[in-house]
Design a protein around this ligand. Structure first.
Ligand code: OVM
Length: 405
């Protein structure tokens, strides 16, 4: 482990701990500390480098050869520590291993393929709004985000109804697992064995429906593109990455519009802004706050010398508020051009499911924008404690119905 004291004089050392409950709940509190200390800082608490600058996050994520993923994309360095689960063959892999698998995973999640799911997503959104409109005690997390995602996403993949209650707990394990082995991680791991057992089983060919996205992944092993083992792990990636992330995104969208009702009014006047508005929420209140890379060689970046095998934290959430890149970054404005945000990551590992994530958001909020006059906050919100994801635990709202016209 590197020792901060042995660093050259020009290295800025910070005792910032982004994994405290307070910092997890309020990333806007630590973003400027990280960004302004230096382009790249040394986090003494964890013995890793870190950057929150847009330009550097972008540069590091783009340069997958220098900053590799196969040593893990969390705090743990797989060269030194045993990973808690068999590593992802997508996320925690480098080219050339990564390349063919990513090709398959991306093709299955492509626009052309998902177009036929649009109607189903919209129908489920309409049913949900029917149920919740004008009710006084709606929890935006359980009743909207989780209810919607736990229906449409596992259906799209082709999972059986039984056992779906394990999906969010699995995501919770995975995303906490990218952080330190703290209490939050230990809590998430309490039922690790049965949850992992469910996950590894539901990803098998026999368990998946024949008409879902999961089955299409397996078709790619019939023509020899990937192995059966790789197909199973690609489906596991979908399940690890596709639920908590979108649940948190929905919560953050609801919260943004509950907090800035004039933005909802603006969106209702021009629903064609929906896609841009969702991107702006992902920039403004990014569900995906931090990810690591490992230096594959000695390299200089941002004025510091990084040694081979050092870990570096990149913080897309901080980059998405970097005033060096954005005007008034802490302002939520759906008229902004939020493209260039890195809420889905960037580079060869950029979210492979972003097409389906956007489709889910657009179907749900497309329905709401038509029928909901305003999203009213009706009680104290509570942030979710997770080492990677930024979302809500409690989000009490009322969906105030628009007058029929
Ligand atoms: C995976 C995986 C799991 C969670 C997140 C993710 C952000 C990938 O198993 O490949 O990407």
């Amino acid at each position: 482990m590197l020792d901060a004291k042995t660093k050259p004089d020009n290295v800025v050392v910070s005792d910032l701990d982004i994994f405290t409950p307070e910092n997890i709940r309020n990333p806007l509190g630590w973003h400027p500390i990280l960004r302004d200390a230096a382009p790249v800082v040394w986090l003494s608490k964890y013995g890793v480098w870190a950057t929150g600058r847009h330009e550097l996050v972008n540069e590091i994520l783009k340069d997958y050869k220098t900053y590799c993923s196969s040593a893990g994309v969390g705090l743990a360095n797989f060269h030194k520590e045993e990973p808690w689960r068999p590593p992802s063959l997508l996320l925690e892999a480098d080219p050339p291993d990564h390349t063919g698998r990513r090709e398959v995973a991306g093709r299955v999640m492509s626009h052309a393929n998902l177009r036929r799911m649009k109607a189903t997503f919209e129908k489920e959104a309409a049913l949900l709004v029917d149920r919740l409109l004008d009710k006084d005690d709606v929890n935006g997390v359980d009743d909207i985000a989780q209810a919607y995602i736990l229906k449409v996403f596992p259906d799209a993949i082709g999972l059986k109804p039984e056992g779906r209650e394990n999906l969010l707990p699995y995501g919770n394990m995975v995303f906490n697992g990218f952080g330190p082995r703290n209490e939050i991680f230990d809590e998430a791991m309490k039922r690790a064995a049965p949850i992992s057992e469910y996950i590894m089983k539901c990803c098998t060919r026999e368990e998946l429906s024949t008409d879902g996205l999961g089955a299409q992944v397996y078709e790619a092993c019939d023509n020899g593109e990937i192995s059966e083992h790789e197909a199973l792990f690609i489906v596991r990636s979908y399940l690890g990455a596709g639920l908590d992330t979108t649940v948190d995104t929905i919560g953050n969208v609801i919260n943004a519009f509950a907090s800035y009702p004039e933005q909802w009014t603006k969106l209702r006047q021009d629903p064609s802004r929906m896609r841009a508005a969702i991107e702006e929420v992902i920039r403004f209140d990014s569900p995906f706050q931090g990810v690591f890379r490992t230096a594959a060689r000695d390299v200089e970046i941002g004025g510091v010398q990084i040694a081979e095998d050092d870990k570096i934290l990149v913080a897309p959430g901080a980059a998405n508020h970097d005033p060096r890149r954005w005007d008034n970054p802490d302002e939520f404005d759906i008229d902004r051009d939020a493209s260039g945000h890195m809420g889905f990551g960037y580079g060869i590992h950029e979210c492979v499911g972003q097409v389906i994530a956007r489709l889910e958001m657009e179907a749900l909020f497309g329905e709401m924008v038509k029928r909901v006059e305003r999203i009213e906050p009706v009680g104290p919100t509570q942030r979710r404690l997770n080492n990677t994801l930024h979302g809500f635990e409690k989000l009490p709202v009322k969906l105030v119905g628009a007058a029929a016209n």
